[in-house]
Design a protein around this ligand. Sequence first.
Ligand SMILES: [Zn+2]
Length: 267
Amino acid sequence: MAGGFHKLERIVSLEVTYKTHGYVSVHTGLGDSVHDNLVIREGGEDSRPIIPGSSIKGVVRSLVESILAQAGKQICVPFPCSPTERRAGRIEHIPIAPRLTPCDWRNAQPCHACQLFGNTQQRSRVTFHDAKTILSAEEVTTLTRRHVAIDREKGTQFGGALMAVEAVPGDELEFVSLVTLINPDPWMVGAVRETLPLLRHAGVGARKSRGYGDLIVTPGAVKFVLHPANDLRTEAVYQEECIQRWQAERATVTLGSPERSVSTSGS
Ligand SMILES: [Zn+2]
């Protein structure tokens, strides 16, 4: 059944810490046409900065897709993750392999990315909660720099407009969040835990070329929120198995395998 979990068997969670390294730019939604900041002030200038879970999920999904595509998995391009965004440089270090058109629920098995992160017809197995600081808005000191706005599509100046960029200082600001997976396949838990630290290398934190810093991401240990009573594995053993399964997924080329029989209609 698309969208639902008819049986709730397992919920796992992990705490994730994001620490600024160097000055990390903050998106305030004011006069900033470049939406590549992970850190935002949700409620405007005077609010506490957060890292929205949806942004983290977007970057983790892009990375997992790229890794799986490189391993020969057939991965679709979901509608919200357009090539425009990819061209814009979110993924700097991992080349993009050819992709399928978006998965359709009428196909027997959606692609790995849609299984884990969902699509318009299928619920995501993973939830990234907003990452928050323990500091109040006043305790977070920032600085503002001005840049000429750049049109990222054309690579040219954006009408010569000056853009204010707010940045939070590095090496002292820590954000904490929770990631939850519902009824995950073990490789999914491994994928999330192993991919989060790569955010640092994916152009996240943004504007590195302009001397800004990035975020050091540290996932904590996998915890059981709910697990099958007949499963006697400890959390540590389960986590290790999940990581091994993910490493197998990312290493094995399974193009054409019946298990991955996502339709490549027209080819
Ligand atoms: Zn898909």
